[in-house]
Design a protein around this ligand. Structure first.
Ligand code: KG4
Ligand code: ZN
Length: 338
């Protein structure tokens, strides 16, 4: 039987997710997003692992039920080994190991960052896949990375953030403006109504293809402090222009590095992933680059951009075909490079 049914588990941060794939097709992809972190303005690791513990069994049951698959039909269990929050990873890892042991089927460990990239190979009418070689840029609340991808499992990190992730830059800037967490989507919304040249923020000077976003956050802080001292209603009166200017600065940083990566590698296929790929501004900039620079750009369906188990499942399937299985003594890995 050439049909492989992979159950995939993702628990690296604050989303508990389980998916069932039949080869490269997603039969179900259930995500339980943890609302508890909202009131803290960021992910609280201890609360995240507790919520994973509560969510994991119901989420797996739902994924199997939605896929209309009995667990006895499963070919393997794939799980996120890292990188991520250790307490969160432990829940998914232990659960995957126990289930694989109980069902006596193979266990497959997956690197979360590779999964964000290989999500482009999920078979779906609504999404096109790049061909090798291509450049992948993963941008989310936890990651900012440009990777050269020569094959499913031959990847080279060309650059990454030295401090905050780009999603964090959005969220922390939003917080300074008094917007609720996560503020990225709100900045996107208000930016559409504002003038991106209203205010200017300095771009960090970082060598090569690496990124830095912590300086931007500080300069926004000082800017807002200065302006609200003069006018306490400054933020309320200028929210659209501030958001448009902040977003413009962040997108300039991302696009400059992408352009450098294209010049260095002569690769013009660009695949974007991660939650920030939802940003309408970056989507517009990529469309411009298609027209003006002749790039080909790829963005997966949104549910495969944010943290999800379907992307873990596609890697599981590809590894299954290569016979790359894991032992029961495998351990979660909080820092786990591509
Ligand atoms: O991939 P994701 O759901 O989780 C992580 O792995 O972090 O990404 C969440 C991040 C948050 O920082 C959120 O603010 C950002 O993606 N985000 C956006 C937009 N939608 C989500 N940032 C800017 N514009 C958006 N439309
Ligand atoms: Zn992620």
């Amino acid at each position: 039987n050439s049909k492989k049914y992979i159950l995939a588990i993702e628990s690296s941060c604050d989303d508990t997710s389980a998916a069932v794939l039949c080869n490269t097709k997603v039969l179900s992809n259930v995500v339980a997003t943890q609302e508890i972190h909202k009131q803290y303005g960021g992910v609280v690791p201890e609360l995240a692992s507790r919520a994973h513990q509560q969510n994991i069994v119901p989420v797996v049951h739902q994924a199997l039920a939605k896929a209309n698959i009995d667990k006895k039909q499963l070919s393997a269990i794939a799980f996120t080994r890292g990188p991520g929050l250790m307490g969160s990873l432990l829940v998914g890892t232990s659960f995957a190991k126990s289930l694989a042991l109980g069902l006596n089927i193979p266990l497959i460990e997956v690197n979360h960052m590779e999964a964000h990239i290989l999500a482009h190979f999920i078979e779906d009418d609504a999404q096109r896949s790049p061909t090798f070689p291509f450049l992948a840029m993963t941008i989310s609340g936890g990651h900012t990375q440009i990777v050269k991808v020569t094959d499913h499992f031959t990847m080279e990190v060309l650059g990454e953030t030295l401090d905050d992730a780009v999603g964090e830059a959005f969220d922390k800037s939003a917080k300074l403006m008094g917007l609720p967490y996560p503020g990225g989507p709100l900045i996107d919304k208000y930016a559409k109504l504002g003038d991106p040249t209203a205010f200017t923020f300095p771009k960090p000077k970082v060598d090569g293809l690496n990124f830095s976003f912590s300086g931007l956050k500080t300069s926004i802080l000082y800017f807002l402090q200065r302006e609200t001292q003069k006018n306490p209603d400054f933020v309320d009166q200028n929210i659209n222009d501030i958001c448009a200017s902040v977003q413009y600065t962040i997108l300039e940083i991302l696009m400059e590095k992408l352009q450098m990566a294209v010049e260095q590698t002569h690769i013009t296929q660009i695949a974007i992933g991660g939650g920030v790929a939802a940003n309408s501004g970056i989507r517009g900039r990529l469309r411009d680059a298609e027209e003006k620079l002749g790039w080909q750009t790829f963005i997966p369906k949104f549910e495969y951009c944010t943290d999800n188990a379907a992307m873990i499942g596609i890697v599981g399937y590809l590894k299954f075909n290569k016979g790359e299985f894991s032992h029961q003594n495998i351990a979660a890995k909080a820092r786990y490079a591509i």
